[in-house]
Design a protein around this ligand. Structure first.
Ligand SMILES: C[S@@+](CC[C@H](N)C(=O)[O-])C[C@H]1O[C@@H](n2cnc3c(N)ncnc32)[C@H](O)[C@@H]1O
Length: 280
């Protein structure tokens, strides 16, 4: 059941365990946010010891998210967003970018983390013409998202929807059936809808990536880097838009806005692939 603030009374835990690292919080630490605890910082620093340019990579990911949102509106004419694995509110959240371009844009955010839920109000500071809502749910159970009354009350399923899965699918092992989950999401939206994914890869530095994966797994966080071909497979049921599955920096750099964060120009490319596919 959803309340008027867009939060759900779901079966997900609503208490925050600060003794264990959490992906929303150590990602926030790399982005320069304030919502993290010693356990998050310890794992984030351990990963950064293996992948020293990780901060640049996650900042480039946020920049990609902004370009992808503006591309969806300007080039695909899509003004509705289903952003799953939202993360803690930071600079340039999906609704801020979207409603700047089209104030009537509608956004539904979904995250399983109770701390993100606690920040849902900040994620729902919508324009008067548009709408933003938050659903507390786990993507392992896509039906719990698709059947939430908040979703259909906010997004019009007769019009295209941009499904946004940035930096989340690496938490899904093949045994979790990421392809089946994405298929269910795509089946729910009309043709012309889009799928945005960004996803870490070991393609550029297998040894360092393996160390980072080990650190996550030892902390109880699944971490599955995927090859370019494997990321392409996540787009099954869509036509991948040019330039295809490329590193974050290679995806429509001409759409860049004024840089959000300081990024080291000598850091090299991100070990993160990105693309948008269009449902046929
Ligand atoms: C690394 S952050 C990415 C944030 C944002 N999408 C971005 O690209 O900047 C991953 C987020 O996904 C959320 N998440 C991870 N697994 C999830 C799941 N199974 N269902 C819903 N949210 C999930 C985490 O709580 C976290 O907030």
């Amino acid at each position: 059941m959803s309340d008027s603030q867009g939060q759900t009374g779901s079966r997900l835990p609503t208490t925050i365990d600060t003794t264990k690292p959490h992906e929303a919080r150590f990602y926030d630490y790399w982005l320069g946010g304030v919502d993290h605890y010693p356990a998050d910082r310890a794992l984030a620093d351990e990963i950064a010891a293996h992948v020293p340019t990780i901060r640049n990579m996650v900042r480039n990911n946020r920049a990609f998210l902004g370009r992808a949102v503006r591309y969806a509106i300007a080039e695909l004419g899509i003004t509705q967003f289903l952003d799953i694995g939202t993360g803690l509110p930071t600079a340039r959240n999906t609704h801020e970018v979207a409603q700047e371009v089209d104030p009537s844009a509608r956004i539904v955010y979904v995250d399983k983390d109770p701390l993100v839920l606690a920040h849902a109000r900040a994620l729902m500071a919508s324009t008067r013409e548009g709408k933003t809502r938050f659903i507390h749910a786990d993507l392992h159970d896509p039906a719990s998202i698709l059947n939430d009354p908040m979703l259909t009350a906010t997004l019009d399923f007769d019009r295209p929807i941009a499904i946004t899965l940035t930096m989340i699918m690496m938490y899904f092992r093949d045994a979790d059936d990421p392809h089946g989950i994405i298929k269910q999401l795509l089946e729910a939206v009309p043709p012309g809808s889009s799928l945005t994914i960004s996803h870490p890869t070991a393609d550029f530095n297998p040894a360092a990536t393996e160390q980072a994966v080990r650190a996550c797994e030892q902390a109880g966080i699944p971490m599955v880097p995927r090859t370019r071909a494997e990321v392409e497979k996540l787009f099954a049921g869509t036509e991948i838009i040019d330039p295809g599955v490329v590193t974050l920096e290679e995806w429509h750099p001409e759409l860049a806005e004024v840089p959000l964060f300081e990024v080291d120009p000598d850091a090299g490319n991100s070990w993160i692939y990105a693309a948008i596919g269009r449902k046929l």
